[in-house]
Design a protein around this ligand. Structure first.
Ligand SMILES: Cc1ncc(COP(=O)(O)O)c(C=O)c1O
Length: 389
């Protein structure tokens, strides 16, 4: 295997000079090429005008779609660029025409914002939510899912990697079941795109949502939605505007036929271009290489933490990603975060409110979340372990 050029990754990440950043599941540190693409764009906007800058940068803007398609093995017309993962997920979910008695199957890893919208939709439409049990690893139990399926299942909603741990749900196996029953399959890949290979053809999902700011290391306020081209025409966006639809006669309109029917007209162009740059930057490192390094660093961190008396790591799953969660006996997560911050170490806190199904199931109220990316080093991991010891 080719050695990862960590020195270059750090040289190209201005934040590495200031902090030990273990909050990539919150927001990754911006790489220099992403930062300068946005600054350059804003300069252009200031110099020649917003619409004029957009026209002059049309190619870079289009690249965001082709880059997003490339990183998940889709085609560009299956991509909508969104302002965050929640909007991406909600636009797709709210386009599904639920009726009384429709079943929505979800998992213990379900992210709060998704589950809240499931509950609201169930109240409004009479659809019912059912949580698929987990297996011994804490992953969605694929066999149980298979046994729960019938023709009333309208949607399988799966969070690939939860916000509160290293778990990686078996998205491909779930996709095989969804395809067998021909129900909708919506994958929340907010915590997986950018840190591990994602292939929508292999997964077989109809829709996938993700964010720009986490593992892709893009700007805040960005995300994208994938919608399979065979499904898109059946999915009517919950609202439309003059970008997603054409006003063709006084009493008529036509909704776009591609995934951009889920977008709306006004957007932060600097962020749009920054997202494209971030995806290109991730692709330039190679997603397989990123994934191998992230897993290696996370494994080192878990091993080191488990050796410290009073610390328990809490990650579930057969395959564990870059998010490492733990509790410290007799010490709140906020206190741990504060003490690490005093050493310029960034970590975050996962609370019960963000993944209630899983946290209640495990009797946990909060976790410290340390999430590593490829630009982190073994020295940084050692520093965290030393401080926590
Ligand atoms: C699993 C998961 N899904 C969705 C989201 C929402 O992403 P965004 O804040 O970009 O809307 C998050 C954010 O932390 C998340 O962890």
């Amino acid at each position: 295997m080719v050695e990862f050029d960590v020195k270059r990754a750090r040289r190209e990440t201005p934040g590495c000079e200031h902090v030990i950043h273990f909050n990539n599941a919150g927001a990754g540190l911006l790489p220099e090429p992403v930062l300068s693409s946005m600054i350059d764009y804003l300069q252009l906007e200031a110099q020649i005008g917003g619409y004029e800058a957009a026209a002059a940068s049309a190619e870079s803007k289009e690249r965001t779609y082709t880059a997003a398609a490339e990183i998940i093995n889709a085609s560009p017309d299956e991509i909508a660029v969104m302002e965050n993962a929640t909007v991406a997920w909600s636009m797709a979910f709210l386009a599904i025409p639920f009726q009384v008695g429709d079943r929505i199957l979800t998992s213990h890893a379900s992210y709060a914002s998704n589950y809240l919208t499931l509950m609201q939709t169930a109240e409004r439409t009479g659809a019912v939510i059912e949580v698929v049990p987990h297996d011994d690893w804490g992953q969605i139990d694929v066999q149980a899912l298979g046994e729960m399926m019938d023709e009333r299942v309208k949607l399988i909603e799966l969070t690939h990697v939860p916000t509160n741990g290293g778990l990686v749900n078996p998205a491909v196996e779930v996709g095989q079941i969804a395809r067998k029953w021909n129900c909708f399959y919506l994958l929340d890949a907010c915590q997986s795109v950018g840190q591990m290979p994602i292939d929508v053809q292999q997964i077989g999902c109809d829709m996938l949502s993700t964010t720009g700011r986490k593992w892709l290391r893009g700007p805040r306020g960005t995300g994208f939605l994938y919608v399979n081209k065979d499904r898109v025409i059946d999915l009517i966006p919950p609202f439309i505007d003059l970008h997603s639809a054409d006003w063709t006669a006084v009493d008529r309109y036509e909704i776009r036929s591609d995934a951009r029917r889920f977008e709306n007209w006004e957007f932060n162009y600097a962020a749009h271009i920054g997202l494209g740059k971030a995806i290109d930057y991730a692709l330039s490192w190679g997603i397989e290489a990123i994934w191998e390094r992230v897993k290696m660093l996370a494994n080192d961190l878990r091993t080191g933490l488990n050796d410290i008396p009073g610390i328990t790591t809490r990650d579930l799953g057969q395959i564990m990603s870059g998010t490492v969660t733990f509790t410290v006996e007799g010490c709140s997560a906020a206190e741990v975060q504060k003490r690490l911050a005093a050493h310029k170490i960034n970590v975050s806190i996962a609370t019960i409110n963000s993944t209630r199904l899983d946290m209640e199931d495990r009797g946990l109220a909060e976790l410290v979340r340390a999430s590593v990316h490829y630009f982190n080093t073994t020295e940084e991991i050692q520093k965290v372990i030393d401080v926590l010891s």
